[in-house]
Design a protein around this ligand. Structure first.
Ligand code: A3P
Length: 335
């Protein structure tokens, strides 16, 4: 698989970042470990199962990242709609800079336009590249909310988070397909049963899924100006309303003129599964991101409820039970 020219040249991390990396290298072997669904080992770090690069990125954020008032963090549990949300946020924020008939989303995968926060910090071993980005910075993360420093989460004058969650049954099915596409050839395929057992135990990249969702849900209830919480199913059902909500939250509501000239509908169309998955750049196996994952791997069916084609009644019952138990008393549900 080719890799694109997507990363600027790597600099030597400064002394502070080198110290953080050293601390991380010392910490990793002391953490509980589990096998991952595809490439990496997972480490249990502050209650979540995270690949080593995510822990490195998180530690660099905690020690060195300087948030700005205009920062926008697109946060997701993997397979909940990261690609879609990246595209929507990018096109909302930059709607006056590009023509919809000749748009960057026609030529670049959304992960080239909204950079993978912890992936970049891990790659550079430093925050310097992200420090140098112009405002507003659009960054994407899979890190749980509790792993961000309080100077990012408690200070309402800096950075905003937009989060999208999805029915766990669809997340699991999407993740299982993705894992089997990406697993190295020398490993046997991951069976549905084995993956299901891991998912239920919370052992999956950035899992437990439910704790990840609840962290952002609770933050959105406590600080609705800091965290916008969306559901994949709602965006599918009411894309125009969700795009308006996103724009308002991001401080760039649509003007009456934009409403008249159908800007909202243009954004919805541009970012739809049909539109994005049919761009040549997204049909290719070329990787434009941090990991050796082809752009086409991020597009499968893009439907609500595909779990009915994969899960046994026992699996459905078990996942529903776990979900009910985890969400009890939280005020949140997936309906
Ligand atoms: P399925 O595997 O159920 O099809 P992520 O972007 O977080 O990795 O999530 C990938 C999931 O989102 C996949 O789900 C993928 O098909 C779906 N997806 C990607 N782009 C989408 C879009 N523009 N609209 C709706 N769903 C999309």
């Amino acid at each position: 698989m080719e890799t694109s020219n997507f990363f600027p040249s790597v600099e030597i991390p400064n002394e502070g970042c080198q110290k953080t990396l050293k601390n991380c290298n010392e910490l990793l072997p002391t953490l509980p470990q589990s096998k991952a669904w595809w490439f990496d080992q997972l480490f249990q770090y502050q209650g979540f199962w995270i690949p080593s690069f995510g822990i490195r990125g998180s530690m660099l954020i905690n020690d060195h990242f300087k948030p700005r008032p205009t920062d926008i963090i697109v946060a997701t549990f993997p397979k909940c709609g990261t690609t879609w949300l990246r595209a929507l946020v990018f096109s909302i924020i930059n709607r006056n800079s590009f023509d919809f008939s000749d748009h960057p989303l026609h030529k670049a995968n959304p992960q080239e336009l909204v950079l993978f926060f912890e992936g970049y910090l891990h790659r550079y071993g430093s925050t310097s590249f992200v420090d140098g980005l112009p405002s507003p910075r659009l960054l994407s993360t899979h890190l749980p909310y509790s792993l961000f420093p309080t100077r990012m989460t408690d200070d309402t004058s800096v950075c905003r988070f937009v989060y999208i969650c999805r029915d766990p049954k669809d997340v699991f099915v999407s993740k299982w397909h993705f894992a089997n596409k990406l697993r190295p050839k020398e490993l046997p395929p991951l069976s549905l049963e084995e993956a299901f057992d891991l998912f239920c135990k919370g052992v999956s990249e950035y899992g437990p899924f439910w704790d990840h969702v609840l962290g952002y849900w609770e933050a959105s209830v406590e600080s609705p100006k800091k965290v916008l919480f969306l559901k994949y199913e709602d965006v599918k059902k009411e894309p125009l309303g969700c795009v308006r909500k996103l724009a308002e939250f991001l401080g760039v509501p649509f003007t009456p003129e934009e409403e008249n000239n159908e800007t909202v509908a243009e954004i919805v169309k541009l970012c739809s599964f049909e539109s994005l998955s049919n761009q040549n750049v997204n049909k290719s196996q070329t990787s434009s991101g941090e990991r050796p994952i082809g752009n086409s791997d991020f597009f499968r069916k893009g439907e609500v409820g595909d779990w009915v084609n994969h899960l046994s009644p026992e699996m459905v019952e078990k996942l529903n039970q776990i979900t009910e138990q985890k969400l009890q008393g939280t005020g949140f549900n997936f309906d």
